[in-house]
Ligand binder design. Structure first.
Ligand SMILES: NC(=O)c1ccc[n+]([C@@H]2O[C@H](COP(=O)([O-])OP(=O)(O)OC[C@H]3O[C@@H](n4cnc5c(N)ncnc54)[C@H](OP(=O)(O)O)[C@@H]3O)[C@@H](O)[C@H]2O)c1
Length: 319
């Protein structure tokens, strides 16, 4: 399942509206097929892995990060049918598919055909891996990561607005890798005017991964090369976007937090003091300090050159 989860990452940010799934087929302790959801959502991971396995799939175990689909589509057959046709002996899945067209029917179909099914293996990791798809299914909007690069004293820019650069090259490269895992990146009008950001992926081999550029502004009209939205909640209307990276500035970060639209925080902290600069956040609608607690769970912390990266996830019961 660990291998299937790793393969699933290859599709992250490129498979919407389909989930980025990974699949590994193992026969007699040998991997005979590997697959991951392809760009645009098809072929599915299972179809790719079964095609690679060929006749070796007979009697094998398929490890898959999501329940094989039960629905026929003009774009391809149902993966549960493909598993049955290939005569696999066992399917090990991390998560059930919340899509109403499958929702347990994939498992039912497999079991009715005599295939052993194990569910719930490494489910939390799979939830994280498919956060975009699952957030879209549960909340009807993309999964939102808010990125902030701050000084030790919590500033995102000097008082005059200059913010290049707060963090060092390793942190900036990491931020570019994060960009490649999102279908869209959003900044506010203030950042657009101050920095004219390119928001592309400047990493060797990933230059073609440049996400859709989205500008939040209630006043801007057509901006060539950008999709303009007028309010944070409009992210729900962006076509084929299941992951969006919000890159600031302070007004935008605060607006997304106030609207309860942030699922993950990426905080890059540089060992510098600015003093009297632009604070990372404005009012986020907090009136009671106790309400600030138990909202963010630390997920990762690491050193990137001179800078510190901390990743937090929003505690949410509904997603
Ligand atoms: N260190 C970092 O991580 C980082 C990242 C990005 C930016 N920055 C710095 O941050 C500064 C810019 O931040 P900022 O706070 O001045 O500006 P900003 O957040 O980038 O943009 C503010 C603008 O976004 C639009 N906006 C914000 N909330 C909105 C809402 N709820 N609905 C509709 N539109 C909304 C408005 O545009 P309209 O007025 O057109 O409606 C508003 O004027 C710059 O100095 C930049 O260099 C730092």
């Amino acid at each position: 399942m660990g291998t299937a989860l790793a393969l699933a990452e290859r599709g992250r940010g490129r498979t919407a509206p389909n989930p980025n799934v990974g699949c590994v087929i193992v026969r007699e302790d040998r991997v005979v097929g590997r697959g991951w959801t392809q760009v645009g959502g098809r072929p599915h991971a299972e179809a790719m892995a079964l095609a690679e396995a060929g006749a070796n799939a007979r009697g094998a175990t398929a490890y898959v990060t999501l329940e094989p689909c039960a629905h026929q589509s003009p774009r391809g057959p149902a993966c549960s049918d493909l598993m049955i046709e290939a005569d696999v002996a066992r399917v090990v899945a991390a998560l059930g598919d919340p899509d109403a067209r499958t929702a347990g029917q994939g498992f039912t179909r497999l079991e009715a055909a005599g295939i052993a099914v194990t569910r719930g293996v490494r489910a939390n990791e799979a939830r994280r891996s498919m956060a975009g798809f699952l957030t879209r299914q549960a909340l009807g909007r993309p999964h939102v990561t808010l990125k902030l690069a701050t000084s030790l004293d919590g500033c995102i820019a000097m008082a005059d607005g200059s913010s290049r650069w707060i963090t060092g090259p390793q942190a900036r490269m990491h931020a570019h890798l994060e960009r490649s895992r999102h279908e869209a990146i959003l900044v506010g009008r203030g950042t657009y005017d101050a920095d004219s950001p390119r928001l592309d992926v400047r990493l060797p081999g990933l230059e073609d991964r440049g996400p859709m550029r989205v500008l939040l502004s209630s006043t801007a009209e057509d901006v060539p090369g950008w999709t303009v939205i007028a309010a944070p909640r409009d992210i729900a209307t962006l076509p084929s976007v299941d992951h969006i990276l919000v890159e600031g500035g302070a007004a935008v970060a605060s607006a997304f937090l106030a609207a309860e639209l942030v699922d993950r925080l990426l905080l890059y902290r540089a060992p510098i003091l600015i003093g009297g600069g632009k604070p990372a956040l404005r009012d986020i609608g907090l009136t009671d300090l106790s309400a600030a607690h138990a909202r963010w769970t630390p997920f990762d912390a690491r050193q990137l050159g001179m800078d510190r990266l901390e990743v937090y996830e929003r505690e949410r019961n509904e997603a």
